[in-house]
Design a binder for this molecule. Structure first.
Ligand SMILES: NC(=O)c1ccc[n+]([C@@H]2O[C@H](COP(=O)([O-])OP(=O)(O)OC[C@H]3O[C@@H](n4cnc5c(N)ncnc54)[C@H](O)[C@@H]3O)[C@@H](O)[C@H]2O)c1
Length: 455
Protein backbone atom coordinates (compact mmCIF):
# COMPACT_ATOMS: atom_id res chain seq x y z
CA UNK A 1 0.00 0.00 0.00
CA UNK A 2 1.22 3.53 -0.70
CA UNK A 3 1.41 5.45 2.57
CA UNK A 4 2.38 9.01 3.41
CA UNK A 5 3.40 9.96 6.93
CA UNK A 6 3.26 13.67 7.71
CA UNK A 7 5.63 14.48 10.57
CA UNK A 8 8.75 12.36 11.00
CA UNK A 9 9.12 12.56 14.78
CA UNK A 10 8.89 9.75 17.34
CA UNK A 11 5.51 8.57 16.17
CA UNK A 12 5.84 9.36 12.46
CA UNK A 13 9.27 7.82 12.01
CA UNK A 14 8.40 4.66 13.93
CA UNK A 15 5.05 4.30 12.12
CA UNK A 16 6.66 4.88 8.73
CA UNK A 17 9.57 2.52 9.35
CA UNK A 18 7.36 -0.26 10.74
CA UNK A 19 4.77 0.01 7.93
CA UNK A 20 7.64 -0.15 5.41
CA UNK A 21 8.99 -3.21 7.23
CA UNK A 22 5.68 -4.93 6.43
CA UNK A 23 6.14 -4.24 2.72
CA UNK A 24 4.31 -0.94 2.28
CA UNK A 25 5.73 1.86 0.15
CA UNK A 26 6.19 4.71 2.64
CA UNK A 27 6.89 8.40 2.08
CA UNK A 28 7.83 10.35 5.23
CA UNK A 29 7.40 14.11 5.09
CA UNK A 30 8.74 16.70 7.50
CA UNK A 31 9.15 20.47 7.50
CA UNK A 32 12.49 20.12 9.30
CA UNK A 33 15.08 20.01 6.51
CA UNK A 34 17.88 19.06 8.92
CA UNK A 35 15.95 16.04 10.15
CA UNK A 36 15.22 14.91 6.60
CA UNK A 37 18.87 15.42 5.54
CA UNK A 38 20.06 13.44 8.54
CA UNK A 39 17.71 10.55 7.71
CA UNK A 40 18.69 10.64 4.02
CA UNK A 41 22.34 10.44 5.07
CA UNK A 42 21.71 7.29 7.10
CA UNK A 43 21.44 9.07 10.46
CA UNK A 44 18.64 8.82 13.00
CA UNK A 45 17.30 11.82 14.94
CA UNK A 46 16.09 9.98 18.06
CA UNK A 47 17.29 7.17 20.28
CA UNK A 48 14.84 4.29 20.01
CA UNK A 49 15.90 0.64 20.41
CA UNK A 50 15.84 -1.26 17.08
CA UNK A 51 14.71 1.71 15.01
CA UNK A 52 18.00 2.40 13.24
CA UNK A 53 18.12 -1.11 11.77
CA UNK A 54 14.50 -1.01 10.55
CA UNK A 55 15.03 2.40 8.95
CA UNK A 56 18.30 1.37 7.27
CA UNK A 57 16.86 -1.92 5.96
CA UNK A 58 13.78 -0.33 4.45
CA UNK A 59 15.59 2.68 3.02
CA UNK A 60 17.99 0.31 1.31
CA UNK A 61 15.04 -1.72 -0.03
CA UNK A 62 13.51 1.48 -1.47
CA UNK A 63 10.33 1.16 0.62
CA UNK A 64 11.03 4.13 2.89
CA UNK A 65 11.94 7.63 1.76
CA UNK A 66 12.25 10.99 3.49
CA UNK A 67 11.47 14.35 1.97
CA UNK A 68 10.27 17.90 2.56
CA UNK A 69 8.39 17.93 -0.77
CA UNK A 70 4.74 18.48 0.19
CA UNK A 71 3.28 18.07 -3.30
CA UNK A 72 5.09 14.76 -3.79
CA UNK A 73 3.98 13.52 -0.36
CA UNK A 74 0.32 14.23 -1.12
CA UNK A 75 0.61 12.62 -4.53
CA UNK A 76 2.22 9.49 -3.04
CA UNK A 77 -0.10 8.03 -0.42
CA UNK A 78 -3.67 6.87 -0.76
CA UNK A 79 -3.50 6.91 3.03
CA UNK A 80 -2.13 10.12 4.56
CA UNK A 81 -1.16 9.78 8.22
CA UNK A 82 -0.93 13.02 10.19
CA UNK A 83 1.66 12.44 12.93
CA UNK A 84 2.80 15.98 13.73
CA UNK A 85 3.18 17.38 17.23
CA UNK A 86 0.25 18.66 19.31
CA UNK A 87 2.08 20.63 22.01
CA UNK A 88 0.20 22.44 24.76
CA UNK A 89 -1.04 25.91 23.92
CA UNK A 90 -0.64 28.67 26.52
CA UNK A 91 -3.96 27.70 28.13
CA UNK A 92 -3.10 23.98 28.25
CA UNK A 93 -5.29 23.00 25.30
CA UNK A 94 -3.71 21.03 22.45
CA UNK A 95 -2.22 23.37 19.86
CA UNK A 96 -3.63 22.10 16.57
CA UNK A 97 -1.78 24.47 14.25
CA UNK A 98 0.52 21.72 12.89
CA UNK A 99 -2.33 19.25 12.43
CA UNK A 100 -4.43 21.81 10.56
CA UNK A 101 -1.44 22.95 8.46
CA UNK A 102 -0.91 19.32 7.45
CA UNK A 103 -4.60 19.00 6.54
CA UNK A 104 -4.52 22.17 4.45
CA UNK A 105 -1.44 20.90 2.60
CA UNK A 106 -3.33 17.75 1.63
CA UNK A 107 -6.24 19.88 0.36
CA UNK A 108 -3.87 22.11 -1.57
CA UNK A 109 -2.42 19.30 -3.67
CA UNK A 110 -4.73 16.28 -3.73
CA UNK A 111 -6.31 15.25 -7.00
CA UNK A 112 -7.87 11.87 -6.15
CA UNK A 113 -9.48 10.07 -3.16
CA UNK A 114 -7.47 10.19 0.07
CA UNK A 115 -7.92 8.63 3.47
CA UNK A 116 -6.63 11.17 6.01
CA UNK A 117 -5.67 9.52 9.29
CA UNK A 118 -5.19 11.53 12.48
CA UNK A 119 -2.47 9.65 14.36
CA UNK A 120 -1.44 12.62 16.47
CA UNK A 121 -3.11 12.82 19.87
CA UNK A 122 -5.91 15.29 19.24
CA UNK A 123 -8.93 16.51 21.23
CA UNK A 124 -12.43 15.33 20.51
CA UNK A 125 -13.79 17.11 17.45
CA UNK A 126 -10.44 17.50 15.69
CA UNK A 127 -11.56 15.08 12.97
CA UNK A 128 -14.25 17.62 12.04
CA UNK A 129 -11.76 20.49 12.04
CA UNK A 130 -9.38 18.55 9.81
CA UNK A 131 -12.24 17.81 7.43
CA UNK A 132 -13.26 21.47 7.26
CA UNK A 133 -9.66 22.71 6.78
CA UNK A 134 -9.18 20.28 3.94
CA UNK A 135 -12.56 21.00 2.38
CA UNK A 136 -11.83 24.74 2.34
CA UNK A 137 -8.68 24.15 0.29
CA UNK A 138 -10.52 21.93 -2.17
CA UNK A 139 -13.28 24.52 -2.55
CA UNK A 140 -10.74 27.31 -3.09
CA UNK A 141 -9.21 25.23 -5.88
CA UNK A 142 -12.60 24.25 -7.26
CA UNK A 143 -11.59 20.60 -7.03
CA UNK A 144 -14.09 17.88 -6.18
CA UNK A 145 -11.90 15.04 -4.88
CA UNK A 146 -13.27 12.65 -2.29
CA UNK A 147 -11.69 12.11 1.11
CA UNK A 148 -12.55 10.97 4.59
CA UNK A 149 -10.98 11.52 8.00
CA UNK A 150 -10.16 8.57 10.23
CA UNK A 151 -8.85 8.63 13.81
CA UNK A 152 -6.11 6.12 14.61
CA UNK A 153 -4.42 7.25 17.85
CA UNK A 154 -1.02 5.83 18.64
CA UNK A 155 -0.30 3.95 21.87
CA UNK A 156 3.42 3.22 21.46
CA UNK A 157 5.77 3.96 24.36
CA UNK A 158 9.02 5.81 23.85
CA UNK A 159 11.87 3.45 24.65
CA UNK A 160 9.92 0.45 23.30
CA UNK A 161 8.31 2.14 20.31
CA UNK A 162 9.27 -0.35 17.58
CA UNK A 163 8.29 -3.33 19.71
CA UNK A 164 4.99 -1.67 20.67
CA UNK A 165 4.17 -0.76 17.10
CA UNK A 166 4.97 -4.23 15.77
CA UNK A 167 3.08 -6.00 18.59
CA UNK A 168 0.31 -3.61 19.58
CA UNK A 169 -2.00 -4.61 22.41
CA UNK A 170 -4.74 -2.74 20.60
CA UNK A 171 -5.37 -0.79 17.42
CA UNK A 172 -8.07 1.84 17.74
CA UNK A 173 -9.74 3.05 14.56
CA UNK A 174 -12.51 5.61 14.44
CA UNK A 175 -14.36 6.19 11.19
CA UNK A 176 -17.77 7.41 10.09
CA UNK A 177 -20.43 5.37 8.34
CA UNK A 178 -20.55 7.32 5.07
CA UNK A 179 -19.59 5.31 1.97
CA UNK A 180 -16.14 7.02 2.11
CA UNK A 181 -15.84 6.21 5.82
CA UNK A 182 -16.60 2.55 5.14
CA UNK A 183 -14.15 2.51 2.23
CA UNK A 184 -11.50 3.97 4.57
CA UNK A 185 -12.29 1.33 7.20
CA UNK A 186 -11.73 -1.40 4.61
CA UNK A 187 -8.39 0.13 3.67
CA UNK A 188 -7.30 0.43 7.30
CA UNK A 189 -8.33 -3.18 7.87
CA UNK A 190 -6.07 -4.25 5.00
CA UNK A 191 -3.19 -2.07 6.20
CA UNK A 192 -3.34 -3.43 9.76
CA UNK A 193 -4.12 -7.06 8.79
CA UNK A 194 -0.54 -8.25 9.54
CA UNK A 195 -0.92 -7.11 13.16
CA UNK A 196 -4.16 -9.04 13.60
CA UNK A 197 -3.00 -12.43 12.33
CA UNK A 198 -2.72 -14.05 15.74
CA UNK A 199 -5.91 -12.53 17.11
CA UNK A 200 -8.03 -9.49 16.36
CA UNK A 201 -6.68 -6.44 18.14
CA UNK A 202 -8.63 -3.73 16.38
CA UNK A 203 -11.36 -1.77 18.10
CA UNK A 204 -13.68 -0.07 15.61
CA UNK A 205 -15.59 2.97 16.74
CA UNK A 206 -16.68 6.46 15.71
CA UNK A 207 -14.06 9.17 15.24
CA UNK A 208 -14.82 11.10 18.44
CA UNK A 209 -14.70 8.03 20.65
CA UNK A 210 -11.34 7.07 19.14
CA UNK A 211 -9.95 10.54 19.82
CA UNK A 212 -11.18 10.33 23.41
CA UNK A 213 -9.81 6.82 23.96
CA UNK A 214 -6.22 8.04 23.64
CA UNK A 215 -6.70 10.77 26.25
CA UNK A 216 -8.55 8.42 28.57
CA UNK A 217 -5.68 5.91 28.39
CA UNK A 218 -2.98 8.46 29.21
CA UNK A 219 -5.13 10.07 31.90
CA UNK A 220 -5.63 6.67 33.57
CA UNK A 221 -1.91 5.88 33.51
CA UNK A 222 -0.99 9.30 34.89
CA UNK A 223 -3.63 8.83 37.60
CA UNK A 224 -2.08 5.55 38.74
CA UNK A 225 1.33 7.18 39.02
CA UNK A 226 0.11 10.20 40.97
CA UNK A 227 -1.99 7.96 43.20
CA UNK A 228 1.06 5.92 44.16
CA UNK A 229 3.24 9.01 44.57
CA UNK A 230 0.75 10.58 46.93
CA UNK A 231 0.53 7.36 48.97
CA UNK A 232 4.35 7.09 48.94
CA UNK A 233 4.66 10.50 50.56
CA UNK A 234 2.23 9.39 53.25
CA UNK A 235 4.17 6.13 53.57
CA UNK A 236 7.28 8.19 54.31
CA UNK A 237 5.45 9.95 57.12
CA UNK A 238 3.92 6.89 58.71
CA UNK A 239 6.86 4.49 58.37
CA UNK A 240 5.53 2.22 55.65
CA UNK A 241 7.39 0.65 52.71
CA UNK A 242 5.44 1.64 49.59
CA UNK A 243 7.15 -1.14 47.61
CA UNK A 244 5.62 -3.75 49.91
CA UNK A 245 2.26 -2.02 49.50
CA UNK A 246 2.67 -1.94 45.71
CA UNK A 247 3.20 -5.68 45.59
CA UNK A 248 0.38 -6.23 48.03
CA UNK A 249 -2.18 -4.40 45.95
CA UNK A 250 -0.83 -5.21 42.47
CA UNK A 251 -1.50 -8.90 42.99
CA UNK A 252 -5.23 -8.12 42.87
CA UNK A 253 -6.15 -8.74 39.22
CA UNK A 254 -8.61 -5.87 39.36
CA UNK A 255 -5.66 -3.58 40.12
CA UNK A 256 -2.70 -5.26 38.37
CA UNK A 257 1.02 -4.58 38.76
CA UNK A 258 1.62 -2.10 35.95
CA UNK A 259 2.17 1.58 36.50
CA UNK A 260 2.08 1.45 40.27
CA UNK A 261 5.63 2.63 40.85
CA UNK A 262 6.23 5.56 43.15
CA UNK A 263 9.02 7.81 41.95
CA UNK A 264 10.18 11.26 41.00
CA UNK A 265 7.05 12.12 39.00
CA UNK A 266 6.03 11.52 35.41
CA UNK A 267 7.41 13.57 32.53
CA UNK A 268 7.75 13.20 28.79
CA UNK A 269 5.94 14.65 25.86
CA UNK A 270 2.60 12.92 26.47
CA UNK A 271 1.22 12.55 30.01
CA UNK A 272 1.67 16.16 31.15
CA UNK A 273 0.22 17.70 28.00
CA UNK A 274 -2.52 15.13 27.48
CA UNK A 275 -3.82 15.42 31.06
CA UNK A 276 -3.89 19.20 30.65
CA UNK A 277 -5.58 19.03 27.26
CA UNK A 278 -8.33 16.73 28.56
CA UNK A 279 -8.96 19.09 31.48
CA UNK A 280 -9.13 21.94 28.99
CA UNK A 281 -11.66 20.10 26.84
CA UNK A 282 -13.82 19.56 29.93
CA UNK A 283 -13.65 23.24 30.85
CA UNK A 284 -14.97 24.15 27.41
CA UNK A 285 -18.08 22.22 28.44
CA UNK A 286 -18.10 23.90 31.86
CA UNK A 287 -17.07 20.71 33.53
CA UNK A 288 -14.19 20.31 36.00
CA UNK A 289 -12.18 17.10 35.89
CA UNK A 290 -11.40 17.09 39.62
CA UNK A 291 -9.42 13.86 39.59
CA UNK A 292 -7.16 14.95 36.73
CA UNK A 293 -6.55 18.33 38.27
CA UNK A 294 -5.33 16.54 41.39
CA UNK A 295 -3.23 14.15 39.29
CA UNK A 296 -1.44 17.12 37.79
CA UNK A 297 -0.95 18.95 41.10
CA UNK A 298 0.42 15.82 42.76
CA UNK A 299 2.83 15.30 39.87
CA UNK A 300 4.11 18.87 39.90
CA UNK A 301 4.80 18.52 43.62
CA UNK A 302 6.35 15.08 43.20
CA UNK A 303 9.04 16.43 40.90
CA UNK A 304 10.20 18.52 43.88
CA UNK A 305 10.29 15.64 46.38
CA UNK A 306 13.82 14.38 45.65
CA UNK A 307 15.24 17.91 45.87
CA UNK A 308 13.34 18.54 49.12
CA UNK A 309 14.74 15.36 50.63
CA UNK A 310 18.24 16.54 49.74
CA UNK A 311 17.66 19.99 51.17
CA UNK A 312 16.29 18.61 54.40
CA UNK A 313 19.32 16.30 54.72
CA UNK A 314 22.07 18.77 53.74
CA UNK A 315 20.51 22.14 54.63
CA UNK A 316 18.70 24.81 52.66
CA UNK A 317 21.97 26.38 51.48
CA UNK A 318 24.11 24.02 49.42
CA UNK A 319 26.93 26.43 48.49
CA UNK A 320 30.25 24.54 48.22
CA UNK A 321 28.41 21.22 48.05
CA UNK A 322 28.51 18.91 45.06
CA UNK A 323 26.03 16.18 44.01
CA UNK A 324 26.12 13.31 41.53
CA UNK A 325 23.02 12.74 39.37
CA UNK A 326 22.37 9.53 37.46
CA UNK A 327 19.63 9.63 34.83
CA UNK A 328 18.44 12.67 32.89
CA UNK A 329 15.92 11.32 30.34
CA UNK A 330 12.32 11.30 31.58
CA UNK A 331 12.40 7.51 31.46
CA UNK A 332 14.86 4.78 30.42
CA UNK A 333 15.66 3.80 26.82
CA UNK A 334 15.01 7.23 25.41
CA UNK A 335 16.94 10.48 25.12
CA UNK A 336 13.74 12.51 25.50
CA UNK A 337 14.02 15.14 28.23
CA UNK A 338 10.70 16.88 27.72
CA UNK A 339 9.23 17.62 31.19
CA UNK A 340 11.90 15.37 32.73
CA UNK A 341 12.03 15.40 36.56
CA UNK A 342 15.84 15.69 36.36
CA UNK A 343 15.44 19.22 34.99
CA UNK A 344 13.45 20.24 38.07
CA UNK A 345 15.97 18.63 40.43
CA UNK A 346 18.94 20.33 38.74
CA UNK A 347 17.17 23.69 38.99
CA UNK A 348 16.46 23.12 42.73
CA UNK A 349 20.06 22.16 43.52
CA UNK A 350 21.58 25.02 41.55
CA UNK A 351 19.15 27.48 43.15
CA UNK A 352 20.34 26.30 46.54
CA UNK A 353 23.96 26.99 45.52
CA UNK A 354 25.18 23.46 44.75
CA UNK A 355 27.25 22.16 41.84
CA UNK A 356 26.29 18.91 40.08
CA UNK A 357 27.85 16.24 37.89
CA UNK A 358 25.33 14.51 35.64
CA UNK A 359 25.27 11.34 33.58
CA UNK A 360 22.76 9.56 31.35
CA UNK A 361 23.48 6.56 29.09
CA UNK A 362 21.95 8.19 25.98
CA UNK A 363 20.58 11.64 26.80
CA UNK A 364 23.85 13.57 27.22
CA UNK A 365 23.56 15.53 23.95
CA UNK A 366 19.90 16.26 24.60
CA UNK A 367 20.78 17.29 28.18
CA UNK A 368 23.38 19.77 26.91
CA UNK A 369 20.74 21.20 24.59
CA UNK A 370 17.85 21.52 27.07
CA UNK A 371 19.94 22.61 30.06
CA UNK A 372 21.40 25.40 27.92
CA UNK A 373 17.78 26.56 27.51
CA UNK A 374 16.81 26.05 31.18
CA UNK A 375 19.88 27.65 32.76
CA UNK A 376 21.91 30.83 32.55
CA UNK A 377 25.55 30.55 31.42
CA UNK A 378 26.69 30.99 35.03
CA UNK A 379 24.35 28.22 36.20
CA UNK A 380 25.38 25.94 33.35
CA UNK A 381 28.99 26.37 34.43
CA UNK A 382 28.02 24.61 37.70
CA UNK A 383 26.91 21.49 35.78
CA UNK A 384 29.55 18.98 34.77
CA UNK A 385 28.59 16.50 32.04
CA UNK A 386 30.31 13.30 33.13
CA UNK A 387 31.66 10.53 30.90
CA UNK A 388 30.31 7.62 32.96
CA UNK A 389 28.23 6.99 36.09
CA UNK A 390 31.35 6.58 38.22
CA UNK A 391 32.80 9.78 36.77
CA UNK A 392 30.03 11.77 38.52
CA UNK A 393 30.91 10.65 42.02
CA UNK A 394 34.23 12.19 43.04
CA UNK A 395 33.76 14.60 45.91
CA UNK A 396 29.96 14.41 45.80
CA UNK A 397 28.00 14.61 49.06
CA UNK A 398 25.49 12.09 47.72
CA UNK A 399 24.38 10.16 44.67
CA UNK A 400 20.89 10.95 43.33
CA UNK A 401 19.18 8.55 40.91
CA UNK A 402 16.44 10.08 38.78
CA UNK A 403 15.91 7.64 35.88
CA UNK A 404 15.61 3.87 36.26
CA UNK A 405 18.08 2.80 33.58
CA UNK A 406 18.93 -0.92 33.77
CA UNK A 407 22.63 -0.01 33.86
CA UNK A 408 22.08 1.66 37.26
CA UNK A 409 20.46 -1.35 38.91
CA UNK A 410 23.53 -3.31 39.98
CA UNK A 411 26.36 -0.82 40.30
CA UNK A 412 29.65 -1.42 42.12
CA UNK A 413 28.60 -0.14 45.53
CA UNK A 414 32.13 -0.42 46.90
CA UNK A 415 33.37 1.97 44.22
CA UNK A 416 30.44 4.32 44.83
CA UNK A 417 31.14 4.42 48.55
CA UNK A 418 34.84 5.04 48.02
CA UNK A 419 34.25 7.93 45.62
CA UNK A 420 31.45 9.74 47.47
CA UNK A 421 32.23 12.15 50.29
CA UNK A 422 29.43 10.58 52.32
CA UNK A 423 27.82 7.21 51.64
CA UNK A 424 24.40 8.71 50.92
CA UNK A 425 22.07 7.62 48.11
CA UNK A 426 18.80 9.29 47.12
CA UNK A 427 16.97 6.78 44.97
CA UNK A 428 14.19 8.54 43.05
CA UNK A 429 13.07 5.29 41.43
CA UNK A 430 13.31 2.83 44.31
CA UNK A 431 15.87 0.69 42.48
CA UNK A 432 17.49 -0.64 45.64
CA UNK A 433 16.34 -2.36 48.80
CA UNK A 434 16.69 -0.22 51.96
CA UNK A 435 17.91 -3.10 54.13
CA UNK A 436 20.55 -4.15 51.60
CA UNK A 437 21.73 -0.56 51.30
CA UNK A 438 21.92 -0.31 55.10
CA UNK A 439 24.00 -3.49 55.23
CA UNK A 440 26.32 -2.03 52.62
CA UNK A 441 26.79 0.96 54.89
CA UNK A 442 24.76 3.49 52.93
CA UNK A 443 22.37 6.07 54.24
CA UNK A 444 19.50 5.39 51.85
CA UNK A 445 16.60 7.64 50.91
CA UNK A 446 13.98 6.12 48.62
CA UNK A 447 10.49 7.34 47.77
CA UNK A 448 7.98 6.11 50.35
CA UNK A 449 10.46 3.73 51.99
CA UNK A 450 11.28 5.38 55.29
CA UNK A 451 10.33 2.29 57.32
CA UNK A 452 13.95 1.45 58.14
CA UNK A 453 14.81 5.01 59.08
CA UNK A 454 11.92 4.95 61.56
CA UNK A 455 13.02 1.65 63.06
N1 LIG B 1 6.11 10.52 21.54
C1 LIG B 1 5.29 9.59 21.94
O1 LIG B 1 5.65 8.69 22.70
C2 LIG B 1 3.86 9.57 21.48
C3 LIG B 1 3.08 8.41 21.69
C4 LIG B 1 1.77 8.39 21.24
C5 LIG B 1 1.24 9.54 20.64
N2 LIG B 1 2.01 10.65 20.47
C6 LIG B 1 1.41 11.80 19.79
O2 LIG B 1 1.85 11.81 18.45
C7 LIG B 1 2.02 13.15 17.98
C8 LIG B 1 3.44 13.36 17.51
O3 LIG B 1 4.31 13.22 18.62
P1 LIG B 1 5.88 13.03 18.45
O4 LIG B 1 6.42 12.75 19.80
O5 LIG B 1 6.13 12.10 17.34
O6 LIG B 1 6.28 14.54 18.01
P2 LIG B 1 7.67 15.07 17.46
O7 LIG B 1 7.79 16.44 17.93
O8 LIG B 1 8.74 14.07 17.78
O9 LIG B 1 7.47 15.04 15.87
C9 LIG B 1 6.60 15.86 15.17
C10 LIG B 1 7.22 16.16 13.80
O10 LIG B 1 6.26 16.80 12.98
C11 LIG B 1 6.95 17.74 12.17
N3 LIG B 1 5.98 18.68 11.59
C12 LIG B 1 5.34 19.71 12.17
N4 LIG B 1 4.50 20.31 11.31
C13 LIG B 1 4.59 19.63 10.14
C14 LIG B 1 3.94 19.74 8.88
N5 LIG B 1 3.00 20.67 8.64
N6 LIG B 1 4.28 18.88 7.90
C15 LIG B 1 5.21 17.94 8.12
N7 LIG B 1 5.84 17.77 9.30
C16 LIG B 1 5.54 18.60 10.30
C17 LIG B 1 7.97 18.34 13.10
O11 LIG B 1 9.02 18.96 12.40
C18 LIG B 1 8.43 17.08 13.87
O12 LIG B 1 9.53 16.46 13.23
C19 LIG B 1 1.62 14.04 19.15
O13 LIG B 1 0.27 14.38 19.03
C20 LIG B 1 1.82 13.15 20.35
O14 LIG B 1 1.00 13.51 21.43
C21 LIG B 1 3.31 10.69 20.86
Amino acid sequence: MKITIIGTGYVGLVTGACLAELGNDVFCLDVDQRKIDLLNNGGIPIHEPGLEEVVARNRAAGRLRFSTDVAASVEHGEVQFIAVGTPPDEDGSADLQYVLAAARNIGRYMTGFKVVVDKSTVPVGTGDRVRIALQEQLQARGVDAGFTVVSNPEFLKEGAAVEDFMRPDRIVIGHDSTPEGLQAAALMKRLYAPFNRNHERTFWMDVRSAEFTKYAANAMLATRISFMNELANLADNVGVDIEAVRRGIGSDPRIGHSFLYAGAGYGGSCFPKDVQALERTARQYEQDLHILRAVETVNDKQKLVLGRKLLSRFGAYLGGKHFAIWGLAFKPNTDDMREAPARVLIRQLLDAGATVAVYDPVAMDEARRVLALDLSAAELARVRFAASPMDTLDGAEALVIVTEWKAFRSPDFGQIKAALKHAVVFDGRNLFEPDVMAELGFEYHGIGRSVLTRN
